[in-house]
Design a protein around this ligand. Structure first.
Ligand SMILES: NC(=O)c1ccc[n+]([C@@H]2O[C@H](COP(=O)([O-])OP(=O)(O)OC[C@H]3O[C@@H](n4cnc5c(N)ncnc54)[C@H](OP(=O)(O)O)[C@@H]3O)[C@@H](O)[C@H]2O)c1
Length: 300
């Protein structure tokens, strides 16, 4: 791989968030790990690093750090003062999966975030004993009350997505997103119908673990020659041709895969945040995309 085919052309600075009419940064920010550290000042520095770069789509959930992630984001929003798009999630568990539970959890999330309205509110996972119609109706009530702007699901199958989308559509509310595990090491959304369902419904596919929890950020371990190392070597070679990092290559592959995909890498230190942000300064050539596609095909 040489510089010859490399493009330094930046990418569009926004992507449509489902059918919201909202444009968000092509990369969102995963904030689960933010709740695990003890340095809240480092979190604020990372938050500002993203905001300075125009990356202002932050993903949290009531369960991240038992509410700490939402509280930290609320603090960052107040201190920073600039607008941001905030997505958070309701976790339906046993004895906590009714509309009443969702609406109560929503009020608690609003309080922790310190906002009047949540931009995107997800059902975090398809708890098998939950009544999806009831939860969709609670979401509709929340939208009508002005507490939620847009509705999404997470970890839902294509069939489950369609069921919720159908229920919401009776109140003219679109299903805006499905947040699922998707990376070069987890390509099931391409074969299980979720990517197709997102395209068909005009929903965004929000890709979590886009860096495979760090495994796509580093070169292959010395002396190992398995399929992971082959993929890591391909990412490293392409990164070198662009004077970039493997993490940027992994993120750019997802961005090039489909315009409905919005990866939400986690970065809890400003250095990693800056590196991921710089993925938007360049894009893969068609040949590079195809080479990565081929070496990660076994994870489809
Ligand atoms: N909906 C769901 O069910 C669900 C489930 C899991 C996760 N999520 C969401 O997805 C987000 C992302 O998940 P994740 O953070 O666990 O996984 P990830 O984005 O795949 O990987 C993040 C890891 O890679 C490291 N990293 C990031 N950028 C790097 C860089 N440029 N160079 C080297 N290392 C780098 C991070 O380190 P540092 O932290 O030290 O920067 C962290 O250890 C979560 O925060 C959460 O918002 C959603």
């Amino acid at each position: 791989m040489t510089d010859a085919g490399a493009t330094k052309t930046g990418q569009p600075k926004t992507r449509a968030l489902g059918k919201t009419g909202l444009q968000v940064s092509p990369l969102g920010v995963g904030t689960n790990k933010w709740s695990q550290g003890s340095n809240d000042e480092a979190v604020f520095e990372t938050f500002q690093t993203f905001q300075n770069a125009g990356i202002s789509f932050f993903d949290t959930a009531e369960v991240y750090g038992f509410g700490k992630s939402e509280r930290l984001i609320g603090d960052c929003l107040r201190r920073d003062g600039r607008p941001a798009t905030i997505a958070t999630k309701f976790a339906p568990f046993i004895a906590r999966s009714s509309s009443r539970h969702l609406l109560k959890a929503l009020d608690a999330s609003l309080a922790r975030l310190g906002v009047n309205t949540i931009d995107l509110y997800y059902i975090h996972f398809p708890y098998p004993f939950a009544d999806f119609n009831e939860l969709a109706d609670a979401m509709i009530e929340a939208v009508k009350a002005g507490k939620v702007r847009h509705v999404g699901v997470s970890n839902f199958s294509a069939t489950q997505m369609r069921r919720v989308a159908d229920r919401l559509s009776r109140s003219n509310i679109p299903l805006v997103a499905n947040e699922v595990h998707y990376s070069l090491l987890a390509r099931k959304p391409e074969s299980n119908g979720v990517l197709d369902a997102c395209r068909e419904l005009g929903a965004s596919l929000i890709a979590y673990f886009p860096l495979a929890r760090g495994r796509l950020t580093r070169p292959p371990a010395q002396g190992k020659t398995g399929r992971l190392e082959t993929l890591q070597k391909t990412l490293t070679d392409i990164a070198q041709a662009h004077r970039a990092s493997p993490s940027q290559v992994a993120l750019n592959w997802l961005l090039a895969r489909d315009p409905c995909i919005i990866p939400i890498p986690g970065a809890s230190i400003a250095k990693n945040a800056k590196q991921n942000i710089a993925a938007l300064d360049w894009s893969l050539t068609g040949d590079e995309f195809a080479a990565i596609d081929a070496v990660s095909a076994s994870w489809r």
